[in-house]
Design a protein around this ligand. Structure first.
Ligand SMILES: [Zn+2]
Length: 309
């Protein structure tokens, strides 16, 4: 699945190949790495020794022998380093601190009030992330970096969202630069659907799967594509942004200006809105019990609700 090269002077590339191989497996031997990557047994052995010495990979148990001595199983050392993930959803900001296996060690979450200045929110999120790291006793040198996931489409090179859904004030706000200034670590910004797909590839259902599509349904609709073990961004760098494909020309108006976009018809908010409209029109449903309850203050509190009439 991963291919290394035995040509000279490609050491760092081969280290990444071996590391990816270990990361994608649930325990793998040196022999299996050599088989999967095409690298020589000697090259694999040298690279693995380097990764073990640096504490990134550890030997954990043994695989059954097929003759000769048992083969040591290699796994990523979860405590080798940590990372911070920050998700700027249009409605809520979420922060998580993870170990090398993607295990969440701490969470923080806060609703976003519509009038809040973007830089003030970024500063607040940075402070919250630093507090989480402090509470966990994670030293600066232990942190690999910070990943910021934002609703797309984004300009990854410039580090901002080009046309954020439902948040005009966030258009071209330099999220990466502001965050780096406030948090003091390097930040990588990505589309939230891509980030979710990468998460699934590393730690979820897409683990060890070289090609798959991930459908993202949050405040909006998007997708992430993995092709040949790499996230596919396309020429626009936002290849998975298909939420504004028009599926019903006379459908519901969308904030992008069109009517009947997939997102306007099928996002969770659109489905809730359609259900409210049906119930308001008198349609009989078990949902009517929920519909009678208070809805003020919820994300969809602007929708028709009998308790507010
Ligand atoms: Zn649209």
């Amino acid at each position: 699945m991963f291919s290394g090269t035995n040509l000279p002077r490609v050491g760092s590339y081969n280290i990444n190949v071996v590391l990816s191989c270990v990361q994608a497996s649930d325990g793998i031997s040196r022999v299996e790495i050599a088989q999967q990557t095409g690298l020589t047994a000697q090259t694999v052995s040298v690279i693995v020794r380097r990764l073990i010495d640096r504490g990134i990979v550890q030997e954990s148990g043994s695989l059954p022998s097929t003759g000769g001595k048992p083969r040591k199983t290699l796994r990523i050392n979860p405590t080798a380093a940590n990372a911070v993930g920050i998700h700027f959803d249009p409605l809520v900001v979420s922060i998580v601190v993870v170990d090398m296996m993607g295990q969440a060690l701490a969470h923080w979450r806060q609703d976003i009030s519509p009038g809040l200045d973007p830089e003030a929110l970024i500063a607040q999120a940075a402070q919250a992330a630093l507090s989480l790291l402090s509470d966990l006793g994670i030293a600066r040198e232990q942190l690999l970096g910070v990943g910021a996931a934002c609703p797309g489409p984004i300009d990854q090179r410039q580090g901002f969202v080009t046309s954020p859904p439902r948040r005009d004030r966030w258009t071209e706000v330099p999220i990466k630069r502001f965050l780096e200034q406030h948090i003091g670590f390097e930040v990588i910004i990505d589309n939230d659907a891509n980030a979710a797909a990468i998460g699934e590839r590393w730690y979820g259902h897409g683990r060890a799967t070289s090609d798959f599509a991930f459908l993202y349904m949050g405040t909006g609709i998007g997708g992430g594509l993995f092709l040949s073990n790499h996230i596919y961004r396309g020429v626009s760098l936002n290849a998975g942004e298909f939420g504004h494909i028009v599926v019903e020309p006379n459908g519901a108006p969308c904030y992008c200006g069109n009517r009947g976009c997939l997102e306007a018809m099928c996002s969770p908010a659109a489905i809730v809105k359609a259900a409210h409209a049906e119930l308001a029109a008198g349609r009989t449903s078990k949902l009517a019990i929920l519909y009678e309850g208070p809805c003020a203050g919820r994300p969809h509190g602007d929708l028709p609700c009998r308790s507010r009439r």
